[in-house]
Design a binder for this molecule. Sequence first.
Ligand code: COA
Length: 330
Amino acid sequence: MFAKFHSIGAYAPSNVLSNADLEKMVDTSDEWILKRTGIRERRIANSDEVTSDMGAIASKIAIKRAKLEPQDIDLIVCATVTPDYFNMPSTACIIADKLGVRDVQAFDISAACSGFVYGLSVAKAFIESGMKKHVLVIGAEKFSSIVDYRDRTTCILFGDGAGACVISATEDRSEAIIDVNASADGSYADFLVTPAPGSVNPLTQKVLDEGLNFVKMRGNETFKLAVKTLTKDVRDILKKNGINSSDIDHFIPHQANYRIIKAVGDALKMTERQVVLTIQKYGNTSAASIPMAINDIYEAGRLKRGELMLLDTFGGGLTWASAILPFGGD
Ligand code: COA
């Protein structure tokens, strides 16, 4: 049995936070943000709109496009670092309820921006082993809930949103996901961290006063490591599978910084036509970044059945992951 990428869906909240808006909040400028990151604006969820709401909307679209019913889904995997609840229940369980699905295996994955591609590796393994037939993989983030809008080094980067896909069993090898590689190196754990709440820093007034509940990042070091890791990761997966970068129809990297994407794309000799960019309008939406980008080219009519996608991502942990797969939808 093989696993195919059957359909895609996404959701972006309607509220736009522009660089001009950020200029009023912190000491920054539209020019600095655009030049250093490529970001013009990002979407921010309403206060009553939570991660599972966005994930459920994206999921409904993906399930419909796969011409399935929610009840056909036998595994729900939600990648997020901004779950509805810190400990339990998982956001995947809440999404299952919002889809009206009962008695289904559902759990979250915590691999930061790499979470969606980690989820694909889980879906592929469950399907190839014959345990599941239709797996819903979601990347959903209300990243604004862990961003300190007084910290100009992080608040300019991140946005909210969700993307989801259905991975289905197939006997046709030509439409199968070719390979997924997911990896991590915990020795870089302090590059990107939300220090609280957790067993290291349980929630106290002091923790809140010190802002330890907000994301902290060693930006410049993360940047350099991202370029190196993303490039090596793609070279390795292409070589392993005997595929050239010119065979790829759509190179869909994690949307963290235009300069990272440009450096990696150039090193891999990807043309402008191959590289998918959504950073300018969504910023970095963490685990939602890649499925939102896939959905973008799908809705623009640029993603056709059988076309080869190369996914490449990098995030807190540190984690990284890549995948080569044909689009198996209509
Ligand atoms: N507006 C204006 N100035 C800013 C600023 C902002 N929003 N943020 C930082 N600066 C300043 C710094 O304080 C520093 O000033 P100094 O030279 O007086 O000390 C200067 O700009 C350069 O800072 P630096 O951090 O070296 O800039 P950079 O070129 O590395 O760009 C990032 C900063 C965050 C845009 C970049 O490092 C980045 O994108 N890193 C990767 C982040 C990432 O991908 N994270 C998620 C991984 S999934």
